[in-house]
Design a protein around this ligand. Structure first.
Ligand code: EPU
Length: 336
């Protein structure tokens, strides 16, 4: 176990905001986690569990305990003729899990290549890209209840997955800490390459796991900034889902509005398009930028504070609401 006091979180958030936490506690196995959870001082303090901070916006220093896991490992739990069940430590880098699966010839997550963050967060956030979501491969999630200290294994159904949402994200549920995820991958991969420009990127070549991974990486690199070079947290907002009737009215006014069906009677609209229409794309506001190739991504151009990023996000929300009557909801979690 590692405990640090007044510790900088600059490396623990991909916006690279140099906030500090009063305490930083890092555990490397479930026994250590249980010890921390049962500690009375821990129970009295404000606490937050983080992964690699690829979906967080720190507004202030954190006056409490930041918990961080280093539980790693990718093990085969079960293997059949058609599939493998992998047991993955929550602190494994998600993209390393994808790279490993692809190298072994196991399909199902190749479309989720290069998404920043860790395996545990992938299951909490239900990460998604190019027509695939984490929920499509998650069989079970192992997690500790912070109030009762009990470990529970959630089935996929119990995780209550939706678009970038899960049981674990619902603040009305007991707080859980994910320690392992168990994912089922296909030894006879079926490829999903019709989404976005994946097909064009494959340029007519027969899909293989490695080719799909390479194509996803190429598309993402072209559109999304590398957080190592330019602080960002990927899509800042979720894509709004609106009733078809509202969409039809909008379509009269904006015939070119892009959209996808999103379940019965609902339509999803790309927030990036709405933000671009409002004139924000490629513009900067002090040290905060709206990425020039993807308006859904806010970037730290250097030295931005969390409140400055939040202010730009707010002006985007207001502009989109004023013009389209659509309320954007952040995908990024605000802390402080
Ligand atoms: N668009 C614009 N202007 C922009 C950006 C997008 O007009 O500046 C329009 C275009 O019509 C484009 C469409 O939006 O065709 C969709 O854009 P893109 O394919 O880039 O996807 P997205 O809906 O903006 C979502 C996810 C991404 C994921 C991609 C690819 C959300 C909130 N975001 O973005 O996830 O990589 O699809 O599947 O659902 C993330 O969650 O951090 C993330 C990067």
């Amino acid at each position: 176990m590692r405990i640090e006091e007044n510790y900088s979180l600059e490396k623990y958030n991909t916006f690279h905001i140099p906030v500090k936490t009063r305490w930083f506690m890092e555990y490397s196995n479930e026994e250590e986690l249980e010890r921390i959870l049962r500690d009375e001082y821990f129970q009295e303090c404000l606490s937050l569990h983080i992964g690699s901070g690829s979906n967080l916006l720190f507004i202030n220093d954190f006056n409490g305990i930041i918990l961080h896991s280093t539980i790693k490992g990718i093990d085969v739990l079960e293997e059949t003729e058609d599939s493998v069940l992998l047991h993955v430590g929550a602190a494994e880098k998600w993209d390393e899990v994808v790279a490993y699966a692809v190298s072994q010839g196991w399909g199902g997550i190749e479309n989720l290549s290069l998404i920043p963050g860790e395996a545990g967060a992938a299951a909490i956030q239900n990460i998604g890209a190019y027509g695939v979501e984490a929920k499509d491969v998650i069989e079970t999630v192992e997690a500790y209840n912070q109030l009762t200290f009990e470990k529970r294994i959630f089935t996929n159904e119990e995780c209550k997955y939706g678009y970038r949402s899960s049981f674990f994200k619902n603040e009305h549920n007991d707080p859980y800490i994910v320690t392992y995820i168990n994912i089922r991958l296909n030894k006879k991969p079926q490829f999903l390459v019709n989404y976005g420009n994946l097909k064009e990127e494959l340029a007519g070549s027969e899909p293989t796991l490695q080719r799909v991974r390479d194509a996803v990486i190429a598309v993402r690199r072209r559109k999304l900034p590398d957080p190592e070079e330019l602080g960002n947290a990927g899509s800042f907002f979720m894509n709004p889902v609106i009733p078809i009737k509202r969409f039809e009215k909008l379509k009269v006014q904006y015939p070119e509005i892009p959209s996808w069906p999103a379940g019965e009677g609902m339509i999803k609209i790309p927030a990036g398009w709405l933000i671009e229409q409002c004139g924000f794309k490629g513009k900067s506001h002090g040290p905060v930028g709206v990425y020039e190739k993807q308006a859904l991504v806010l970037v730290n151009l250097g030295g931005a504070r969390g409140d400055e990023i939040a202010l730009v996000a707010e002006s985007i929300r207001t502009a989109v609401n004023d013009r389209f009557g659509i309320e954007l909801m952040p995908e990024v979690k605000y802390v402080g």
